[in-house]
Design a protein around this ligand. Structure first.
Ligand code: MG
Ligand code: MG
Length: 284
């Protein structure tokens, strides 16, 4: 789940100890395995509702709490354990009864709370056969996530992450990087300071220091960057109706190299075993 960009309100960052980072790794392990469980189920005809129910059971069976369920404003909390966002839905899609079919690109976003710490990660799946342009969008967006993570090291700034993602997706590939939603601090809450936009300037923004834990989550549109929200108060769609992609990791800022707390390898293994899905790897 992303955060609506509001600008920093100046709250202090929550730096995590090594022990707290391990608790976050545990929460993220459930997230990663839940997404892998979803990957194992995906087939044409399956609905968002079905995978959401399975995901909630999986999370609870592993001792976690689905962090998205009930999140948000009291009068309109998010009703599900997963965000399921297909094709022109960017993020925050409410799992529904639409049956997925060949050619769909489906982002599944999962958050888990375990022992007071949060994990958050997302992956966009390709239902065979996805057209070449959509596959390119997925691979570029996925690669941009790792370009962002490369910058998440002690001594750099949030803007270094933002600029790495934006430059790759917009300047090199001509896509539209979503402005209205951003990555975020994560750990003791699902959304903490600082905001981690997918656009920005190198050398600007909050200083990254060891123990800062953040969710990096490029949301990238094949066409223009503009999005709008449906009247359900959640679902975000592209204005031009072209598809969008979304990949997310929770990471801890470290000296030299970020520590990636969520683990997509479980998902990638299930994709390999599932003939209904096309492999998605970061564009090299
Ligand atoms: Mg998320
Ligand atoms: Mg998030």
């Amino acid at each position: 789940m992303g955060l609506f960009g509001k600008g920093s309100d100046g709250r202090q960052f929550h730096f995590k100890t090594a022990a707290e980072i391990e608790l976050m790794r545990n929460a993220n392990l459930i997230v990663s395995k839940t997404l892998a469980h979803v990957a194992s189920m995906l087939k044409p005809g399956i609905t968002g509702k079905t995978i959401d129910k399975a995901a909630e059971e999986f999370i609870r069976d592993h001792g976690g709490r689905p962090a998205f369920k009930g999140y948000g404003p009291k009068q309109n909390p998010f009703p599900a354990s997963l965000c399921v966002s297909y094709n022109d839905i960017v993020v925050h899609g409410i799992p529904g009864s639409r049956e997925f079919k060949e050619g769909d690109v489906v982002s599944v976003d999962c958050g888990v709370e375990l022992e007071g710490f949060y994990g958050d990660a997302a992956f966009t799946f390709a239902f065979q056969e996805v057209d070449a342009k959509s596959m390119d969008l997925l691979q570029v967006t996925y690669a941009s996530l790792y370009l962002g993570i490369e910058q998440a090291v002690h001594g750099k700034r949030v803007g270094d992450i933002s600029a790495a993602i934006q430059e790759y997706c917009e300047r090199q590939h001509g896509y539209g990087v979503v402005r209205d939603l951003v990555g975020h601090g994560v750990g003791r809450s699902l959304h903490e300071e600082p905001e981690v936009p997918n656009y920005g300037k190198r050398g600007k923004g909050p200083l990254l220091q060891e123990g800062l834990t953040i969710a990096i989550e490029p949301m990238v549109n094949m066409g223009k960057k503009e999005v709008y929200q449906m009247d359900d108060g959640w679902t975000i769609l592209t204005r031009d109706k072209l598809p969008s992609a979304h990949f997310e990791h929770s990471v801890a800022v470290m000296k030299g190299k970020a520590d990636i707390l969520s683990d997509h390898s479980y998902i990638l293994d299930e994709i390999k075993n599932n003939p209904n899905l096309q492999e998605v790897l970061p564009k090299s």
